[in-house]
Write a protein that binds this ligand. Sequence first.
Ligand SMILES: [Zn+2]
Length: 372
Amino acid sequence: MGLLSGFLLAYLVGDAYASYCDFGIPASNATVNVRVFNVANMTLLNETHAFSLPVLPGHESSTFPMYSFLVEHKSSQKRLMFDLGVRKDPENTPPAFASAFSSGFAQLEPYKDITVLLQDGGINLTSIDAVIWSHAHFDHVGDMSTFPNSTKLMIGPDTNLTTFPESPTATLQASDFAGHDITRVNFSNAKLTFSGLKAVDYFGDGSFYLVDTLGHLPGHLTALVRVTPKSFVVLGGDTFHHAGQARPRPPVPEELPLPRAPLRRIQAAPHREMPAYIGLPFQQRAEAFLSISNLTDSFYADPAKAIVSLDKVASFDADPDFFVITAHDVSLRSALPYFPAYLNGWQASKLKEKAVGNFIDTTNPAFVFSPV
Ligand SMILES: [Zn+2]
């Protein structure tokens, strides 16, 4: 079903937020299963400003999860991983990253390597056909040397594979991909575009798409995972880091009533340092609460491109057919059904309705709109 028929459907059902069809996504009955792990929780000291703005006093440091996804293609029985989180021994990453851990600037709560989590869950590593890195930062690439060489590696077209020590400032090392077949996603002749983003149909049946989302790092990938014929989970990587960078977006779907209770609490007890915009009724806001950092030490390599990608992925987020999970969205941490549960039923279980407003709940760790 193309864009035109999507609009026709929208017209026929009288629904302003008709469906995924409006984004140019073809119809298909092919689906994949998807499950999520939170590999680790990491705190970065005094770095919130490198992710999102404004930073309010008391929130200069951030603690966030690292989600890793197991995707299972039903008809071919192939398994993929999308992002791996941080390896078990981050001190053995190249100095550009290892120094963050030795200095105490980056702190990790106790955790297990994703390969241990998989095997603890009965998933044989030889059954993992491929690993996809949304991008090549240490908190996404895991430790590929713990996977068998039969596991392929898929990366974005412009992902920088320069290694340490040949290049002293490189953030990867040879063992991060040695022995694995590497494929770069080729968007140059992509026939599909979703909401203006180039897309590649990974299995060729509409069940799993890789989408070109530039900005955070060259070659950054997002995945669109079809979990039922008409609903998707969007694995957003580091397209953005905080739910408040994506929400709200006009128009807020009527089907997705944001929780009123947190807003009422905020309005009842405004803190003197709370931004004035918080007090406005949520649905009257036309802009997200937080913006992507454009400071000189921003974690977004190209903030201008990152804003474009954010806008596109946020348009999925504002549509009832998509559930967007970015790699470090702490607002979802207590809401997600983790492995061995499946994310496929998110729409039927109303997970999005329950979780989408978490970030403006004062009891949620994503609430960064007033000092603690
Ligand atoms: Zn990153």
